[in-house]
Design a protein around this ligand. Structure first.
Ligand code: SF4
Length: 312
C-alpha cells in the first residue's frame, strides 16, 4: 500500500567508480551513449598517455566520486560523495539485521503480490516495463491484493499502451475498481499512456526526472520503476510503511513529515548498496509486524532497541 504522496526503492571495495544495478527488464542501452569504462588498476588515462606526463599518484586520500544512474533528466544528481555520513542512527545495523531475520520467511503480501509479480514475464521488454509502471500507478493507496487483482483483469485483455488507449474510460474504471482513487487513476493512466505512445514509442522513460513528468507518477513509483523496469538503483523508494518505520526507529535525524522528506533523510546516511533492499524489507515488515495501528511490539526483535516501542 502506498501513500497519497506516491502520486506526485558498499562500498568497501577498492574500485573508485561504481554503478549500482539490480536485475531489471532492460533490453537495450539507454540513450545509445557510450560510457567511459572505469579505469582499472594500472591503466593509464587517455590524458596521461596523450601528454606523456603521467599524473602523479596521490598518496593523500581523496573523496571518491560514485557514478550512478544519471541520465538526461538526472544531470546534477549523477555523482555523490562516497564518504562516511556525518550522522547515522544508533543501533541501525542491529535493527536492520533483526528486521531481516523477521522477514526471512518472505511471506508478506508484498513478497507474493508486489510489483515484481504483477507483469507478464513473457511479454516483450517494453510491454513488461509499461506493466510495471501501470501496477505502480494502481498501487497507490491500495492493498497489494487489490492491485494484483486489477492487474490480472487488465492483463487478461492484453495489457499494452495501445490496448489501454483503445479502452473507454468506463470499461477501464470497471477493470481497475476497487483500487484506491480509481476514477483519478483512469484519467492518469489514459494521459500517461498517450504520452508514452507519443514520446517514448510505447516504452517508459529511463530516468526519474522524466518519469516524474508523467501524470499520476510520484517519487516512490519513479524509483521503483527504475529499479524493477530498468534495473537501476536511482534512490530509496519510500512509501507509507518505510516512512512510518523510519520515524519509529529514528532512522531520520529529525522527524519527517512526508515520504519524500524521509527519502532524502535516509539517503544522507544509509549506504547506497542497501537502497534497493529497504523498500521490500520495510514494506513487508510494516504489513506483518510494525503495523500502522497497534504494531506487534511484543513479537518484534527490535523491541529493546526501538525508541517508539514504549509509547505505542
Ligand atoms: S518495537 Fe514496535 S514500533 Fe518498534 S519496530 Fe518493532 S513493531 Fe515497530
Amino acid at each position: 500500500m502506498c501513500s497519497p504522496q506516491d502520486f506526485g526503492m558498499s562500498a568497501g571495495g577498492v574500485r573508485m567508480v561504481t554503478r549500482s544495478r539490480i536485475s531489471g527488464l532492460r533490453a537495450r542501452p539507454r540513450g545509445g551513449r557510450e560510457e567511459a569504462a572505469p579505469l582499472r588498476k594500472g591503466e593509464a588515462s587517455a590524458e596521461e598517455e596523450k601528454s606523456h606526463h603521467p599524473v602523479k599518484r596521490q598518496r593523500k586520500a581523496q573523496s571518491l566520486n560514485v557514478a550512478y544512474e544519471a541520465s538526461d533528466g538526472e544531470k546534477g544528481e549523477g555523482t555523490k560523495q562516497l564518504k562516511a555520513p556525518s550522522w547515522e542512527p544508533q543501533d541501525w545495523r542491529q535493527q536492520l539485521a533483526n528486521i531481516r531475520t523477521m522477514r526471512s520467511g518472505k511471506d508478506a503480501p508484498v513478497d507474493q503480490l508486489g510489483v515484481e509479480h504483477c507483469y507478464d514475464p513473457s511479454a516483450p521488454p517494453e510491454v513488461r516495463r509499461y506493466q510495471v509502471l501501470l501496477s505502480l500507478m494502481l498501487s497507490s493507496q491500495t492493498k497489494d491484493q487489490v492491485t494484483a487483482g486489477a492487474m490480472q483483469r487488465l492483463r487478461a485483455r492484453g495489457l499494452t499502451v495501445d490496448s489501454i488507449l483503445q479502452t473507454d474510460d468506463s470499461t477501464l474504471g470497471t477493470l481497475i475498481y476497487p483500487v484506491g482513487f480509481w476514477r483519478s487513476k483512469v484519467k492518469y493512466i489514459k494521459q500517461t499512456s498517450a504520452i508514452l505512445k507519443q514520446r517514448y514509442g510505447g516504452d517508459i522513460p529511463a530516468s526519474v526526472a522524466e518519469l516524474l513528468t508523467l501524470p499520476g507518477v510520484g517519487p516512490k513509483m519513479a524509483h521503483l520503476a527504475m529499479a524493477v523496469a530498468w534495473g537501476t538503483v536511482s534512490g530509496i523508494a519510500v512509501d507509507t510503511h518505510v516512512h512510518r518505520i523510519s520515524n519509529r526507529l529514528k532512522w531520520t535525524k529529525k522527524v519527517t513529515k512526508s515520504p519524500e522528506e524521509t527519502r532524502i533523510a535516509l539517503e544522507e546516511w544509509l549506504p547506497r548498496d542497501l537502497w534497493s533492499e529497504i523498500n521490500g524489507l520495510l514494506v513487508g515488515f510494516g504489513q506483518q509486524t510494525c503495523l500502522p495501528v497497534h504494531p506487534r511490539c511484543q513479537a518484534c526483535l527490535n523491541q529493546a532497541l526501538c525508541p517508539a516501542a514504549q509509547g505505542l
